[in-house]
Ligand binder design. Structure first.
Ligand code: URA
Length: 262
């Protein structure tokens, strides 16, 4: 990794409380015969990838699905979302469509805009967005250059409440069209709402995270999708940062080609 990314990784480790250089496993210095076999870092076993049903089968309000299907560019898609009636549109301030580099090959998908995103009209610009930027910087990724970001919902749910199933279903055809227009090589699903929606899973994020899933997208075939913890969850649950770090390393190794996604 570049020096800048190594420094970002060191800063993140310090911020997350890793202020001692320890091996992943304890070493018995008194054990005979020395030296003991090299201690291998704990690499979580990767269970078999889950293949999910084709996304085209998702039921959705017909009008929204038709509008989404007709959008042949990102601008047209944004206009189509803006034109779709919903109570969320009535309470939000700005449409939050996307940020980052659409040509990067890596697309990250969060849950829904919060108050900061609603004000700015951009995803992940608040406190969890800043944490996301620091996390991905630790594996050498920068938003403007290396990835593209959007959310399951384009409008902020009032009071940051969890999106309802009906809201998710209404906007899902737009998200699927968004993925089809971007044509990413890899997806990262940030948090339970994103992972469960796109992977059609009943399992929670703690079971889905840490491995690549296969996601059928119309026109693109099977896309590798890594489920991981949402940065907002990490802010509330510092102990989960260890898992998030292991997911980041898996993403880095996959992007480098040293691990196959499935
Ligand atoms: N959380 C999300 O899931 N998305 C955002 O854009 C901001 C916070």
């Amino acid at each position: 990794m570049e020096r800048e990314a190594l420094l970002a990784a060191l800063r993140l480790q310090l911020e997350w409380g890793a202020d001692d250089a320890l091996e992943a496993l304890p070493v018995d210095r008194f054990a005979a015969p020395p030296p003991a076999a090299p201690v291998r870092p704990v690499v979580p076993a990767r269970p078999a990838a889950v293949v999910v049903a084709p996304l085209a089968l998702v039921p959705a309000p017909a009008a929204a699905a038709k509008l989404a299907g007709e959008a042949d560019s990102l601008d047209a898609l944004k206009d189509a979302i803006a034109a779709t009636e919903s109570t969320l549109r009535d309470t939000a301030t700005n449409l939050v469509f996307s940020d980052g580099n659409p040509a990067s090959g890596l697309m990250m998908i969060g849950e829904a805009p919060g108050a900061d995103e609603d004000r700015a009209g951009k995803p992940f610009v608040g406190v969890s967005g800043r944490l996301l930027d620091r996390m991905v910087a630790s594996i050498g990724l920068q938003r403007e250059r290396d990835f593209y970001l959007t959310n399951i919902l384009p409008w902020r749910p009032p009071g940051n409440r969890t999106p309802t199933d009906a809201e998710i279903m209404l906007f899902l055809p737009f998200l699927l069209r968004h993925i089809a227009l971007i044509r990413p090589r890899h997806l990262v699903l940030l948090g339970g709402v994103s992972a469960k929606t796109l992977l059609r899973a009943k399992d929670g994020i703690t079971r889905l995270r840490g491995r690549w899933h296969g996601l059928e997208v119309e026109g693109l075939g099977r896309l590798p999708a890594l489920a991981t913890l949402h940065p907002a969850y990490l802010l509330r649950s510092p102990a989960a940062k260890r898992d998030a770090w292991s997911d980041l390393l898996l993403l880095r190794r996959t992007l480098d080609g040293s691990v196959a996604p499935e």
